[in-house]
Design a protein around this ligand. Structure first.
Ligand code: PLP
Length: 434
């Protein structure tokens, strides 16, 4: 048995079956440089998913490596929220400023799940209720609270949540009466539904609405521009807080606005973040209005949250994103690739939709004969891109969406290369499906 096959066998023996690995023959990533990785067998790939949007500025970035090495050289990997940590304060100052939230304060966690759990806790404390609003098709993490507000059955097949949750329309348009509606009419219908939920279904006090500006795991689906602004007006009438889950959409990825919610012209009360900020090192957190953050009348502690090594990596990553203007790069490269994919989709019977903003874009696959979502075709496209040297992600409520979120450092040549591989792979699968 090959070394690789043996590792896979050992993985299957000791790791949970629900840890789904990508590809028929799962890959062991052995190295990375720039926006490319190499597997243990020596094959190179351009990476359009970077873990799960984790290495947002690529691999082996000198600025990040040096910052981490400098921190390690101090001998201080001293982790506790009970002492002053310079890196924490510096990063919190930057995030508070960038957030646009007045008098913002920041609490660091180790993951997006914990960040959302904390935000929900803050909201529940502030509003003295555990009743919340969330979006159909959403994904917010694996804890009981985060699963409770997750509207995607693949992740939340539970009948119990510690929160009382009402799910709203926004990113999904599957009801026949929504088909063919323009964005404006659909947004109006959603707002009407929100008012109905608040008048007839929810209790007198609701803590918060939690929403992803672009649903990540849900398949990069989007509420129409303007919907969250319209929701926010209604929420403000009731004093209900707005939590924007920026775990996938933060740091300029969508090109327009440094945080995804800026695409909707909304200033949220809280934002949660994780994934790319540490460029591979674990860092997440919540940025919230100071009064809300301080209103959590309980001692807050996270043993590893905000640890010095993650803070060093995150400060270096964020500085590089800002210094190099990577938000503008995301907008530019995204426009090229999304435009190219849309042009290709016109000749592809299997492509039901191409959507995205900046460097967060997706192709949805459907059976050309029936129009039904096709996870089988999505799997075939994944295999085809891998064979041609490109890594992508998969998702969507039916597992039929190819999701891509290349590093924000993507160059013109890499954008062209990735687009070429994608269109070639889609053509190949389309031909086989005809
Ligand atoms: N929120 C969103 C929007 C996510 O996409 C994810 C993870 O995919 C999470 C929260 C959970 O983050 P983590 O896996 O770091 O706990």
């Amino acid at each position: 048995m090959s070394e690789h096959a043996n590792l896979l066998k050992r993985h299957r023996a000791v790791m949970p079956g629900w840890m789904a690995l990508n590809y028929e023959a799962p890959i062991e990533i052995a190295g990375g440089k720039g926006n490319r990785v190499t597997d243990a067998e020596g094959n190179g790939y351009l990476d359009f998913f970077t873990g799960i949007l984790t290495n947002m500025i690529g691999y082996d970035v000198p600025e990040v490596r040096e910052a981490v090495e400098r921190q390690l050289a101090t001998g201080v990997v001293h982790t506790s929220t009970a002492y002053l940590l310079r890196g924490q304060v510096e990063l919190a100052e930057k995030i508070a400023r960038l957030s646009g939230i007045p008098d913002a304060k920041v609490f660091f966690t180790n993951s997006g799940t914990e960040a959302n759990e904390t935000a929900l806790l803050i909201a529940a404390y502030a509003r003295r209720t555990d009743e919340v609003l969330a979006m159909r098709g959403s994904y917010h993490g694996r804890s009981f609270g985060a699963i409770g507000v997750t509207g995607n059955r693949a992740w939340t097949n539970l009948s119990y949540s510690p929160l009382r949750v009402h799910f709203l329309h926004g990113a999904d348009r599957h009801l026949p009466q929504f088909a063919g509606m323009d964005d404006r009419a659909y947004a109006d219908a959603c707002v009407h539904d929100l008012r109905h939920v608040l008048a007839a279904a929810a209790g007198p006090d609701v803590a918060a609405l939690i929403a992803e500006p672009i649903q990540g795991v849900g398949g990069f689906t989007m509420a129409p521009d303007g919907l969250f602004a319209a929701y926010k007006e209604v929420l403000d009438e009731h004093g209900i807080l707005f939590i924007s889950d920026e775990v996938q959409t933060g740091w300029g990825r969508t090109g327009q606005g440094f945080f995804g919610i800026e695409n909707h012209g909304v200033r949220p009360d809280m934002m949660t973040f994780a994934k790319g900020l540490g460029n591979g090192f674990a860092v997440g957190g919540v940025v919230a209005r100071g009064d809300l953050m301080d209103g959590l009348h309980a001692l807050g502690l996270s043993t590893f949250g905000g640890n010095p090594v993650s803070m060093a990596a995150a400060n270096a990553t964020l500085d590089l994103v800002l210094d190099r203007g990577l938000q503008a790069n995301a907008a530019r490269q995204g426009e090229t690739i999304i435009g190219g994919l849309r042009a290709a989709a016109e000749r592809l019977a299997i492509a039901a939709d191409v959507r995205g903003k900046g460097l967060m874009f997706a192709v949805e696959l459907a059976d050309p004969a029936t129009g039904e979502p096709s996870p089988r075709l999505a799997a075939a496209v994944m295999e085809a891109t891998r064979e041609r040297g490109l890594l992508v992600g998969k998702g969507g409520l039916y597992g039929n969406v190819i999701r891509m979120a290349p590093p924000l450092t993507l160059t013109d040549a890499e954008a062209a290369e990735g687009l070429g591989i994608l269109t070639d792979s889609l053509d190949h699968v389309n031909e086989a499906a005809a």
